[in-house]
Design a protein around this ligand. Structure first.
Ligand SMILES: C[S@@+](CC[C@H](N)C(=O)[O-])C[C@H]1O[C@@H](n2cnc3c(N)ncnc32)[C@H](O)[C@@H]1O
Ligand code: SF4
Length: 408
């Protein structure tokens, strides 16, 4: 089951934001995330806020687009009433769950509501995640016609036994087909991979990397498998039915990935994200890491506007109830103080290629940089230019680097 929500203050039922969110707002971009909380089956490793049809407790997929459109109207009203300047939307991201489980007309309806509410900035990036077995050629062409610019396929692996351990249902042979259709439709293509699955060898991973590169995508995300508490995979590992992933093997896999992607002309711009050039980085994800504003629509979606962060009720039935009653679906929210905002910047900016300004660090953090350079985790030349930038080894140990920078 999905994990629990954080604890914080209750959110007001009208969703209105404090005046403080207007500070420096003109310097921040606006992005919209739409969460689509449905999957046909749940993969054994996944604890995302998503529900199969028998977990919906009366909520209906067919009602969802209309509810999301209501929240988009609320968002437009709240942002305006809070005194924020009018800003067209720079990036839109439909994630899940499986957005493409909905009819493409539903995705088009939600995107149209976003365009009506704010308009799109010139060159706006509009992405949807897609499960390779939930789209066909017509669907991808209809996405493009509706205004989507980019599709991110959950490929995960090209190796049958790895996909089986992950309980992925798609046939790996379908990847070249869906990628070709997406390109033909004029969509940019990103592929998601997972490495370090129990039973996956370095050779298996090499096969998956080659398969991804053979598709010439614009963008690749590669995530180390996280064993999330409460998932079926975590139970299988606890019972000894599948092996525990090895940290050393995951590190070897990341090094292989980095080398092969570099040789193929891809460059990393965030620890788990690579693009074929700067124009194909995911601007939506960069906006999260760089502290811009985003509104998250849908059950369990998180939002951040000018240092105020909130999250919606998680279950689609609870979400539907709130929307039907004309109330904000927010379950809780918090206003981040200056120190929390600084800590978050250290956490997020350290993981991106452009790095973190040394001036963001406290005395202890600045002292830690010398040790991190000596340990080969941080780039010495960049530090001289006033920036903390990770080396390859630093990317492998990014969480430990952040702890040292925060002097924990
Ligand atoms: C919401 S899913 C992607 C869309 C679609 N539902 C799919 O799976 O094809 C986003 C991505 O998160 C990654 N992911 C999910 N659970 C993960 C875990 N436990 N460890 C590492 N990556 C994970 C997967 O690569 C997945 O493609
Ligand atoms: S399809 Fe994607 S969101 Fe759905 S359960 Fe699998 S990984 Fe999670």
């Amino acid at each position: 089951m999905p994990s629990a929500l954080p604890l914080a203050d209750p959110a007001p039922s009208d969703g209105l934001l404090p005046l403080s969110v207007t500070d420096d707002a003109a310097d921040r971009r606006l992005g919209i995330y739409v969460h689509v909380p449905f999957c046909r089956v749940r993969c054994g490793y996944c604890d995302f806020n998503t529900y199969t049809s028998d977990e919906l407790r009366g909520a209906k997929r067919t009602d969802y687009a209309g509810q999301a459109v209501e929240e988009i109207a609320l968002a437009s009203h709240v942002l305006e009433a809070s005194g924020l300047p009018e800003r067209p939307v720079s990036t839109v991201f439909f994630g899940g769950g499986t957005p493409t489980l909905l009819p493409v007309t539903d995705l088009a309806e939600m995107l149209a509501a976003i365009v009506v509410a704010w308009g799109l900035a010139p060159g706006a990036e509009v992405t949807t995640e897609a499960n390779p077995d939930s789209v066909d050629r017509d669907y991808l062409f209809a996405l493009k016609a509706a205004g989507f610019t980019r599709v991110s396929f959950g490929m995960q692996s090209a190796v049958t036994h790895v996909l089986a351990t992950l309980e992925r249902t798609h046939d790996p042979e379908r990847i070249p087909l869906v990628v070709a259709w997406a390109r033909e439709a004029g969509l940019q293509v990103s592929l998601d991979l997972i490495y370090g699955t129990p039973g996956e060898s370095l050779d298996d991973w090499n096969t998956s990397i080659d398969a991804v590169l053979a598709q010439h995508p614009d963008h690749i995300s590669a995530y180390a498998l996280i064993i999330e508490d409460g998932t079926k995979l975590a139970r299988q590992i606890r019972r000894g039915e599948v092996a525990t992933p090895s940290d050393d093997l995951q590190a070897d896999m990341y090094e292989l990935l980095d080398r092969k992607l570099d040789e193929a002309g891809f460059r990393w711009y965030e620890v788990s994200n690579f693009s074929r050039d700067a124009d194909h980085e995911s601007r939506h994800n960069l906006a999260y890491w760089q502290g811009h504003d985003w509104w998250g629509v849908g059950p369990g979606a998180h939002s951040h506007v000018g240092g105020v962060r909130w999250w919606n009720v998680k279950h689609p039935a609870a979400y539907a109830d709130r929307i039907l009653a004309g109330l904000s679906p927010a379950a809780g929210r918090e206003t981040l103080g200056p120190e929390t905002r600084r800590v978050e910047r250290v956490l997020l900016l350290t993981r991106i290629r452009s790095g973190l300004a040394l001036s963001e660090l406290g005395d202890a953090g600045r002292l830690a940089v010398a040790g991190l350079i000596a340990d080969g985790l941080v780039n010495a030349g960049a530090a001289l230019r006033g920036s903390v930038e990770l080396t390859l080894r630093g990317r492998l140990l990014a969480d430990a680097v952040v702890r040292r920078l925060l002097a924990e």
